[in-house]
Design a binder for this molecule. Sequence first.
Ligand code: BGC
Length: 739
Amino acid sequence: MMKLRHLLAAALLPSFAFAQDAQIDRKVNELLKKMTLEEKVGQLHQLSGRQFTGPESSKFADKLADIRAGKVGSMLNVKGVAETREIQALALQSRLRIPLLFSLDVIHGYKTTFPVPLGEAASWDLEAIEQGARVAAIEAAASGIHWTFAPMVDISRDPRWGRVMEGAGEDTYLGSQIARARVKGFQTSKLGGTDAIMATAKHFAAYGAAIAGRDYNAVDMSEQQLHEVYLPPFKAALDAGAATFMNSFNTLNGIPATGSAHLQRDILKGEWKFKGLVVSDWASIKEMVPHGYAADLADAATRALNAGSDIDMEGYAYTKHLADAVKSGKVQAKLLDDAVRRVLVKKFELGLFDDPYRFSDAAREQAALNDPKHREIARDVARKSMVLLKNDNNALPLAAGAKRIAVIGPLADSKRDLEGGWVVQGERADVVSILEGIRRRAGSATVTHAAACAPGCATMDGLDAAVAAAKDADVVVLAIGETWDMSGEAKSRTDIGVPGQQNKLFEAIKATGKPVVVVMLAGRPLIFNTIADQADAILYAWFPGTEGGNAVADVLFGDYNPSGKLPVTFPRNMGQLPLSYAQYSTGRPVLDEKNIVYKSAYIDSVNTPRYAFGHGLSYTSFRYSGASLSSNTMRPGQSITLSFDIANSGKAAGTETVQLYIRDLVSSVVRPLKELKGFQQVRLQPGEQRRISFTIDRNTLSFFNTQLKWGAEPGDFKLMVGSASDDIRAELPLRLLEK
Ligand code: BGC
């Protein structure tokens, strides 16, 4: 009986959704008929609350007056039940009583701070990533927030760009899977619940390819690169139901993305049939003037709306000039209506016309922000995000015999630096520092501490005390790296070495002869060759969030066997940038590092990275064997299976992320030497073995061709499986037949 009811409900669901959509359409049409031109423009005007995440604009009191007058459609940087209620009440004094949308950069948690997105990506654990977004959504939604400006799905291959911290790294396939997981986590399967918030796929598009890694800089790339590398994560977010998109600050091939009809009208709203709304980035409509693309603010308003930007965030172009542009015919009234419709539909879908305060509930806010489960989840995601880069002579996990542990370094007892950028409601006192985490776990071992210098380590006055502490210990845990504000928006760096005096600190500690376990915090890949050569172990912990110190201790003491893998290449030096594992072949490839004359090489560095994409060690080892294909030829329309055995050949239970790469050997467009096309996580007990399979179909072999279409070409391919992009354990040939 129960089953039958479920089946019936499932069968009725699509028609119910359809009826609901039709009802919303009708209501929006009725409302649009009642609206004046100015009220319509108001729905497209978005203002920041008291806090600023971009250049400051007008006075807060003026903004409140505009809200009351129905001239504002949404706010950002307003949060909490009390504040959202207070401001919503003003919107309800306007003539048509249209509620506001409250949006916020909930990037890696609301009150419970999770690892920064690049760190989460290093878990390669889609369920964990989705859970992280779920917790953020539950906390934010209970605090009056309807809409987050996340996930950032920009691919980036240049760690000079500070915003690599906010994305999923360099790879299109991995980035697309993570985009989907994050959207699902924020939005659930359907908007409308008071535990779900709208997601934003940003920044549309190609923002991560800023020339020389300088934030807000121009982008120039072929249409093929755009479609093949940079757009798929956006498409994945859209397919997962992303309610909104944000455009970007950069120009793309000479056109500001905000003013690009090609991106927003042709691709997003045309080819991809996106029905949600597009918000500009902070003042990016206005910034088309300094770009030299719009003559003045009025021209910018016309260009942006015509190009498909629906909401003007803090740019004042629409509020000041859009009505005139419609009156003079520069913008067609139907385009304005389309933009307004997109905003109103979302307000209906969220249920705000029925109850404008339904997200702002004090009891729910209290419960959500104090739910202990959220911290447990954050701890789990944090330990999954950490990547064991190096572990010589099993320096880790810390031996039970280590009775004296010196926890040294400027980040050892820092709380702020564990949180990273974009902390919205997190409380500093809640953060567990690395020192605290180690102390809680160390049992009868003695834990000493010496900072040596302040975070950033510009000067070092505590070196002697640090060296003395090291000499007195059985093992040193050295916590160094970037401070929280060195990665993120507007945090591009020309030197991504370990900042300040920290290399000197490492060398002095290493000189004591004690085993040195480095815990590195950062929002991007850093360059640290001496440390990489000489440290006994290196755990890359990113900015791990509220539970960071506990998570570090879990890994150091072996309560959690590290499973993270790099979602981004770690270069050896700055001159290699931008750098990705998905290199193209050249006519003069380096086949042997000793023979580089007239080869595509540097005379002062090898081409290979310091740590490759997909790299990450474990306290156990995994053996791959018996790889086979169900057939080594494939007809179009068919699929084949690649299988192999994986065994835990070490002594600890552990999780391996097996990676599938392909290479198209000859094709009408030169292909990368390796492209990730699949991955799976396998947890195995010592001695346990399992057979893994991947399905390969035409889709797996497709690329964006010279006709600007996706397709696979008949011919020979190489399939590779392994533990990292530079640790391939089996290679198999495959031929795609003509028919
Ligand atoms: C950033 C966006 C962010 C917005 C609002 C901009 O400067 O580029 O990612 O969502 O500010 O804070």
